[in-house]
Write a protein that binds this ligand. Structure first.
Ligand code: ZN
Length: 258
């Protein structure tokens, strides 16, 4: 991932609240299009210039070719705050985050995230590297907001169940492990939409934890069609199960692999 700095120059007198509204509106639009990652974007004031740093999937993420209509609307609206379109400066590579997947379309892909990942939840099935969302046609309503919202909620549930310290843990776990949960239904539908748009088989990752033992785990069947789905060899040390009919992958309960 790449750290970029967006520089917003004022062409006239303005107010902090107008700048705040204009810049944050644009950052939200970029985030919902997968062009910037994460959720916090500090704005630093200089002499007639405002600076914002963000992590991008790749060097060309902020190129206008990748903008959604919503991003373009937000850039136009900057003039209301007396701001010019931002200049982009690439600061350098973020050593903390993963590379983006290669440009070539993978044979298959998977919707997979965890609470520690800020990158795109759409990953190449071949390398498990994140695929920047703006590379694909808009998922719904002009951008990829539906995917980002799903990811944010999935991560919140993952964080709650990993921490395991409150009464919401059980409900959060159900959302990421059960096929009758709201998060599954939404994520699985998004998966289908991405598959339709990209014409690439797209899978949904169903989290698995608990279980009685390794033998019982391996005998687990696809929760949607009850078919066999155990793989001979796990993929990327994460996916032990894969149902090609239902487009679901899953792990063997980590509790039983210790
Ligand atoms: Zn199945």
């Amino acid at each position: 991932m790449i750290v970029a700095e967006l520089q917003f120059e004022c062409f006239d007198n303005t107010t902090v609240s107008a700048v705040d509204k204009g810049v944050n509106g644009l950052m939200e639009a970029l985030r919902y299009n997968g062009q910037i990652l994460g959720r916090e974007f500090p704005i630093v004031m200089g002499d007639g210039v405002f600076y914002v740093r963000a992590v991008c999937p790749e060097e060309e993420s902020l190129h206008p070719d990748n903008h959604s209509d919503y991003v373009n609307v937000c850039i136009k609206a900057l003039s209301e705050a007396s701001l010019l379109s931002p200049k982009i400066r690439l600061v350098g590579r973020d050593l903390n985050s993963e590379e983006a997947a290669e440009q070539e379309a993978p044979n298959w892909q998977v919707l997979y995230t965890t609470y520690v990942h800020t990158c795109s939840p759409l990953r190449s099935g071949e390398t498990l590297l994140p695929i920047p969302l703006y590379r694909n046609p808009a998922t719904l309503n002009g951008d990829h907001k539906a995917v980002i919202k799903w990811q944010t909620e999935w991560q919140a549930c993952d964080e709650l169940q990993m921490a395991g310290g409150c009464k919401a843990e059980h409900a959060a776990l159900a959302e990421i492990t059960q096929i009758d949960s709201d998060l599954f239904r939404r994520g699985w539908d998004i998966r289908g939409r991405i598959e339709y748009l990209t014409q690439i088989p797209t899978y949904y990752y169903l989290y698995r934890v608990g279980g009685k033992g390794l033998k019982e785990e391996r005998e687990r069947r696809c929760p949607k069609c009850d078919g066999e789905w155990l793989l001979d060899n796990p993929l990327h040390d994460v996916f032990y199960f894969k149902c090609d009919k239902c487009r679901i992958v899953s792990n063997i309960s980590w509790d039983q692999l210790k």
